[in-house]
Design a protein around this ligand. Structure first.
Ligand code: HSE
Length: 430
């Protein structure tokens, strides 16, 4: 029987999920893989305040370094999240000659290149299946399943909390706040939900997809990021009536000139797109590969046990490679020097625009006049009569450069007939 000695650092939602997973699947893993996944030690700041059962042989400590330097431990599982002290823990573990399994997307997004370089130097591997789409095998699909293919586009719904909120707002007509509270109550949202709803969590995951699939370690700041906090019920209703649906998408494309565009924003998609039926905390990642073609991976992308599943699959993978194996993905740090980043200003999409405007003659012509001055073509206009003096005016534009829309909206916002900041949601033909 092979045995892998594991040091777990961080016994929160995901950490305790890993223990629960291993306890319920221990016999199966032994039988199926001839492998004992032995939790030798757990470090957590408040370990002694936590109820832990069935781990009598496991050392429980508040000192992470004690676990990292234990010579019998083969792999450090980092599940504390955030940048610090996670970065130091992972670096120390690699220097101590341990493999690392982590679900920390923020860490890999910000310091991935440095950490993979350090892992290579120490002849060790970093496994990170749960960093994107939690347990959905996204990382292994890209790096193993379709290894050798060329990737042209990678895009997806990669934040379960935002997808849950938008789905709840659509299905139950509840407020943004109520939907967020429910996501937190169920343990999907990050401890600081700002990372989810601001789109930053998706941006962290997108940097990982970009370096794996498109071959460039972009900076998080290179990604245009917009969250979902400005999406109102009325936008969801208008989308419905146009046979469209709003999803928070993370999109990365590489064009033939080796320019990469990377962005995260609410996106209107048609109801017949497969993403339209991805609801709740489910995630879906679309890979446009050559020569294989299109691939869609989807499933539950947030939550304790799905994240734990990805971690356990990494541990089994690691054990199957042999403890002293050289780093897989050893060339992960290679970047094509000719790849550049496209600025958001130069990207062309269609837009849904909503203005809250006075309900009086001449308003539409003022708005369309400014749009026309900026070369923005209009595909359709809807203005529903209400019993109020301020009404929503919704327009769908033709393809238009981002910069022109921004300039036009700034001008329109200043019109006395426009009551609040115009809402713009990109429409993507995927
Ligand atoms: N907060 C994340 C989400 C958890 O909602 O998708 C999984 O990374």
């Amino acid at each position: 029987m092979n045995k892998l000695n594991i040091g777990l650092i961080g016994y929160g939602n995901v950490g305790s999920g890993v223990i629960k997973f291993l306890q319920s699947r221990r016999e199966f893993i032994k039988y199926k893989f001839n492998l004992e996944l032995n939790i030798k030690a757990i470090a957590d700041r408040s370990i002694h305040a936590k109820k832990i059962s069935g781990l009598e042989k496991t050392r429980l400590t508040t000192n992470a370094q004690e676990v990292i330097t234990d010579p019998e431990i083969d792999v450090i599982v980092e599940l504390i999240g955030g940048l610090n002290p996670a970065r130091e823990i992972v670096e120390n573990a690699l220097r101590e000659g341990k493999h690392v399994v982590t679900a920390n997307k923020e860490l890999l997004a910000n310091f991935g290149k440095e950490l993979f370089t350090l892992a290579n130097k120490n002849n060790r591997s970093i496994y990170f299946e749960s960093a994107v789409g939690a347990g959905i095998p996204t990382i292994k699909t890209i790096s193993e399943g379709v290894a050798g293919n060329k990737f042209n586009r990678v895009y997806g719904i990669i934040n379960g909390t935002c997808n849950f909120i938008l789905s709840e707002m659509t299905k139950n007509r509840c407020s943004f706040k109520q939907a967020l509270e429910e996501a937190q109550r169920r343990g999907f949202a990050e401890s600081n939900p700002t990372l989810d709803i601001s789109g930053m969590d998706s941006a962290h995951k997108l940097t990982i997809l970009v370096f794996l699939a498109l071959g460039k370690f972009i900076k998080v700041e290179d990604i245009y990021v917009e969250g979902i906090t400005h999406i109102a019920h009325t936008d969801i209703e208008h989308a419905e009536s146009l046979n469209l649906t709003i999803k928070l998408l993370a999109i990365a494309k590489k064009d033939p000139n080796k320019q990469i565009e990377a962005r995260v924003h609410p996106t209107l998609i048609t109801k017949d797109h497969p993403f339209a039926s991805i609801n709740g905390i489910d995630n879906a990642i679309f890979l446009d590969t050559y020569p294989l073609g299109d691939i869609l991976v989807s499933g539950q992308g947030a939550g304790q046990m799905t994240a734990a599943s990805g971690v356990v699959s990494d541990l089994i993978k690691l054990a199957s490679m042999g403890k002293g194996h050289p780093p897989i993905l050893s060339n992960i740090t290679y970047e094509n020097p000719n790849i550049t980043i496209k600025k958001i200003d130069d990207i062309r999409t269609k837009f849904y625009l909503r203005f809250m405007a006075s309900d009086k003659p001449g308003v539409l012509s003022k708005i369309t006049g400014i749009l026309g001055d900026h070369g923005i073509g209009i595909d359709s206009v809807t203005q529903k009569t209400r019993d109020t003096s301020i009404v929503p005016v919704v327009m769908l534009t033709d393809y238009t450069p981002e910069k022109m829309v921004r300039l036009a909206l700034d001008k329109i916002h200043k019109l006395p007939i426009v009551n609040s900041k115009p809402v713009a949601i990109r429409m993507e033909k995927l």
